[in-house]
Design a protein around this ligand. Structure first.
Ligand code: SF4
Length: 408
């Protein structure tokens, strides 16, 4: 997400513009993910389509970047001859501008618009660390993103101050394991406190967390600092201790639920979202039942559920992938159904309640705003609302969206 944002800004500064229609593009940039086999398959199928298009439009350029480019490198070019450049995550870290120069992209934009300025945004994503040392047994990230590296504290503060000076109201701090940030004597909770002291910044979020690094200082900052949003994404993955151990997650379900209790005690209205993997090697019906019961008990504000797929180089790749595809689908559907039921119950209770929202965007027929707990609220169109914090009352609720009226 952050690489896409950085690339977006640089290309816009070169005078490029985004197109909505495939047929209008001069340059195709595919920023890829390698975490799941399915994501890679989607990219292959998309590349097949663009390749056909290039046969009739030989001037277009195709660039594949991101984790998949890092993992497969020039094998991508061997399979898709029309790909012009493969840019891995480590190349991205060496500077996106350099890549643009390397690829002579500046000359590729036919529809130059010299008036294009960097987009003024309401929400800005700032990466504060990269890589991961946790080596969860199913995960390819440490292999394609490298070991953990926390970025210079002063550089982060300067970046945050700069985007706020340019009109940003909310900062989302990003990292594969954001809450393990440590630069010299500055840990994540201290970084958050100092980002929060930036004048005119309204809100702070962060993504994504590892339960083992969620300490009391961090909970304290979330609870006591009014700029902190009341939302945390805390991947659980499974509620079976046997599976958690096989996943090398370094916590038990009991510890995970202890953290949930602490968070809810400190921040009663906090929304906790999570990730779950079903069908991990060795996951029995009983193990799955533990996870389903945890979903029912914890009542997450939302969750992402994934069917396990083996990734090369990982420890789990050597394990027998012994849960059938049909069974993975069944477990996936059960978790999703339960989660949707819980979400519907949570949002229906919100009808009639009042919330502060930050208006982020002009959408299709509505302004798009967000509550501190991360729920999207659609309100009536008024361009002047953009970037404002408003009080709204919720009038209607759907699973993934709320509709509200502005109140004075
Ligand atoms: S903590 Fe996250 S990024 Fe790191 S190895 Fe585990 S799942 Fe992958």
């Amino acid at each position: 997400m952050c690489d896409s944002d950085r690339l977006d800004s640089i290309l816009l500064a070169y005078g490029a513009s985004k197109v909505d229609n495939f047929l209008d593009a001069d340059v195709f940039i595919l920023n890829t993910c390698s975490v799941r086999m399915q994501s890679e398959q989607k990219i292959f199928s998309y590349l097949g389509k663009i390749e056909e298009f290039k046969q009739q439009n030989s001037d277009i350029k195709i660039i594949v970047m991101g984790c998949m480019a890092e993992r497969l490198g020039y094998d991508i070019k061997k399979r898709f001859k029309s790909v012009d450049l493969v840019v891995g995550t480590k190349d991205i870290d060496n500077g996106i501008s350099k890549i643009i120069d390397l690829c002579c992209l500046k000359n590729s934009f036919k529809k130059i618009n010299s008036n294009v300025k960097l987009r003024s945004k309401i929400v800005s994503h700032i990466t504060i660390m990269k890589g991961c040392n946790n080596y969860c047994s199913y995960c390819i990230v440490p292999f394609v993103r490298g070991i953990e590296k926390s970025f210079d504290y002063n550089t982060i503060i300067n970046k945050c101050s700069l985007v706020v000076e340019n009109g940003v109201k909310e900062i989302i701090l990003l990292g594969q394991n954001v809450n393990s940030y440590k630069y010299r004597n500055v840990d994540f909770s201290l970084l958050l406190k100092n980002v929060a002291s930036i004048k005119n910044l309204e809100r702070i979020r962060f993504l994504t967390n590892h339960p083992k690094d969620l300490n009391d200082n961090l909970i304290d900052v979330i609870a006591k600092n009014s700029k902190m949003c009341s939302h945390i994404h805390l991947p659980m993955q499974s509620a079976s201790n046997k599976i958690l151990q096989l996943m090398n997650r370094k916590y038990t379900y009991e510890y995970y639920s202890y953290l949930i209790k602490k968070l809810r005690f400190a921040v009663p209205d906090i929304s906790i979202t999570t990730d779950i993997i079903v069908g991990f090697p060795g996951e029995t019906d009983k193990d799955f039942e533990y996870t389903l019961n945890a979903v029912k008990t914890i009542r997450f504000g939302g969750l992402y559920v994934f069917k396990y797929s083996p990734r090369p180089n990982t420890k789990a790749f050597e394990m027998s992938d012994n849960v059938s595809t049909v069974e993975k689908k069944r477990r996936h559907a059960i978790i999703l159904e339960e989660s949707n039921k819980i979400s519907a119950e949570i949002v229906s209770k919100m009808v009639g309640s009042k919330h502060q929202v930050l208006v982020e965007n002009i959408g299709n027929g509505f302004m798009e705003a967000r509550t501190k707990s991360g729920r999207k609220v659609f309100i009536k169109i008024n361009k002047e609302y953009c970037g404002k914090i408003l009080n709204v009352v919720i009038k209607e609720a759907k699973v993934n969206s709320l509709f509200g009226d502005v109140i004075d």
